[in-house]
Design a protein around this ligand. Structure first.
Ligand code: SAH
Length: 475
């Protein structure tokens, strides 16, 4: 069957939206959908079709017919090449409005929810199956949306000249490394640490890993800083079980990186896109670094998840605590608890908090953190939430509130069923992916819950990502 438009054809398109990768979604007058990079909603462009499929195609702009008032000059010099940010050409206010709309679209299309102030989705008789209206608040933005990341994970590779070592983000849609000196969404300290580690690797003549051949040694450098404490962790990820010239590495890192508290070696000898391999060893200093959020101190080890934008994390967690509606007596479950960050925010206002998390090191951190802050009304267990919580339920555990904060793929159906069986008064759903959030909300709604409020939080300015916190109540 032929497509509406053919490859190499030049067409006019109106940009009607953005994908979560920040690519413009264009419509031609014939109703054909085109994905066109570097365009913004409201713009009209002339574009050349690069690839065409039956339902949609890909194109690139040949001429702007109408430029959005929200288009701004991206301040980062490598923005066009680098795949780290997607929205720097969109003014910040526009980004926040778009992120809220993206959440609303998922809630209505996938979740079949009715959002207050929005038209009902009724295409092809696919009417919303919710009677009540969900309130979606404006996206909580940052006053200064730059230099927010406390963590950098940088792939290392060969530069143009064969022996040269580069490290930075991958280029858009590829695995070519764009060497990075200065990243505008990264804390300056992280840029400096990465720079120093690359220098040391060059001086020690460490061979960068080559993805194509699987040869070479240094694969990634990960650095994390405690923004409040100033403590630094450096993780070297290599293809080899030992680091050659390890004493020199340690000495040079300690000399050149002020306040380094922990140097860690992780071995990844697999052909994989995953950054970390299975073996992790502290080669100098402490197993953890410390940071502080809203007066609570956290120990963070190399393999534990910890939110990358501390300022926005505080806003997110405070909102989660507010949505939990605690009075001091409640039994609360915190599923996907990581190092117990949300758990401890909740524990300040709850009777008891039970946290569950799949990474054992993170659970060790969570236990340590509870002690450190004198929040001993907490219990933590390592394991998959969809196995541990059903087990708790079988033993007769009850909960007034259940908080979930799953990875991008959302909650396991087994867990959602168990939540419905435990029947807490409230569920607070923290999500980094509006699509799986909407899918899971539909299930909870069908099981007797009502989605009351949703607050998007801009955890990752200038990228297409959005974090969301949602309050549900038992009907
Ligand atoms: N609530 C924490 C962590 C959120 S990130 C915070 O705000 O810091 C999601 C967490 O879920 C990660 O720590 C990840 O290791 C964990 N995880 C992934 N799959 C899981 C599963 N099936 N059961 C429990 N935890 C899981």
């Amino acid at each position: 069957m032929s497509t509406l438009h053919e490859k190499n054809e030049t067409v006019q398109a109106d940009i009607i939206g953005l994908t979560h990768d920040g690519e413009g979604v264009g419509r031609t007058s014939a109703g054909y959908t085109l994905f066109i990079p570097n365009t913004l909603p409201g713009e009209q462009v002339e574009a050349k079709i690069l690839k065409s499929k039956k339902q949609y195609g890909y194109a690139k702009v040949t001429e702007f017919k109408n430029v959005s008032e929200q288009r701004v000059e991206p301040p980062c010099p490598i923005y066009k090449e680098c795949g780290g940010c997607q929205l720097q050409h969109f003014d910040y206010e526009g980004q926040l409005v778009w992120k809220r709309q993206h959440v609303i679209d998922s809630l209505t299309r996938i979740g079949k929810l009715q959002v207050a102030g929005e038209q009902q989705v009724s295409a092809e008789g696919d009417a919303t199956s919710t009677e009540h209206q969900v309130i979606v608040h404006p996206t909580v933005g940052m006053e200064n949306p730059w230099r927010y990341r406390n963590k950098a994970a940088v792939p290392i590779g060969r530069g143009e000249s064969s022996e040269e070592l580069v490290g930075g983000f991958y280029a858009k849609g590829s695995h070519r490394i764009v060497d990075m000196k200065d990243c505008m969404i990264q804390k300056e300290r992280n840029d400096e640490v990465i720079h120093q580690v690359k220098e040391i690797a060059r001086e020690l003549r460490v061979l960068p890993y080559d993805e194509e051949t699987g040869t070479g040694i240094l694969r990634h450098v990960v650095t994390r800083i405690g923004v409040v404490t100033g403590e630094v962790m450096v993780v070297l990820i290599t293809n080899t079980t030992r680091i050659a010239r390890q004493p020199e590495w340690i000495e040079m890192i300690r000399k050149r990186i002020p306040n380094v508290k922990s140097i860690v070696h992780n071995v990844n000898d697999k052909v994989t896109n995953a950054i970390f391999g299975e073996t992790t060893k502290v080669i100098w200093g402490s197993e953890v670094i410390y940071d502080e959020l809203d007066g609570i101190r956290f120990a963070i080890s190399a393999r534990s998840f910890y939110q990358v934008n501390p300022e926005q994390t505080i806003s997110l967690y405070r909102k989660a605590v507010e949505y939990a509606g605690l009075t001091g007596k409640e039994q609360v479950i915190d599923a996907y608890c990581g190092i117990g960050t949300i758990s401890l925010f909740l524990a300040r206002n709850a009777g008891h908090v039970y946290g569950v998390e799949i990474v054992p090191e993170a659970i060790e951190d969570a236990k340590r953190n509870a002690k450190l802050n004198g929040l001993e009304n907490t219990t933590f267990e390592a394991g998959p939430a969809e196995i541990v919580i059903p087990r708790w339920k079988k033993k007769g555990m009850k909960a007034d509130v259940i908080v979930v904060d799953p990875p991008r793929k959302g909650c396991d159906p087994e867990l959602l069923d168990t939540i419905l069986a435990i029947r807490p008064e409230r569920v607070v759903y923290v999500s980094c992916n509006p699509s799986t959030l909407a899918r899971d909300l539909r299930l909870l709604e069908d099981g007797g819950y009502r989605t009351v409020e949703v607050t998007p939080v801009d955890m990752f300015p200038h990228t297409g990502h959005v974090e969301v916190v949602t309050w549900l109540e038992r009907v």
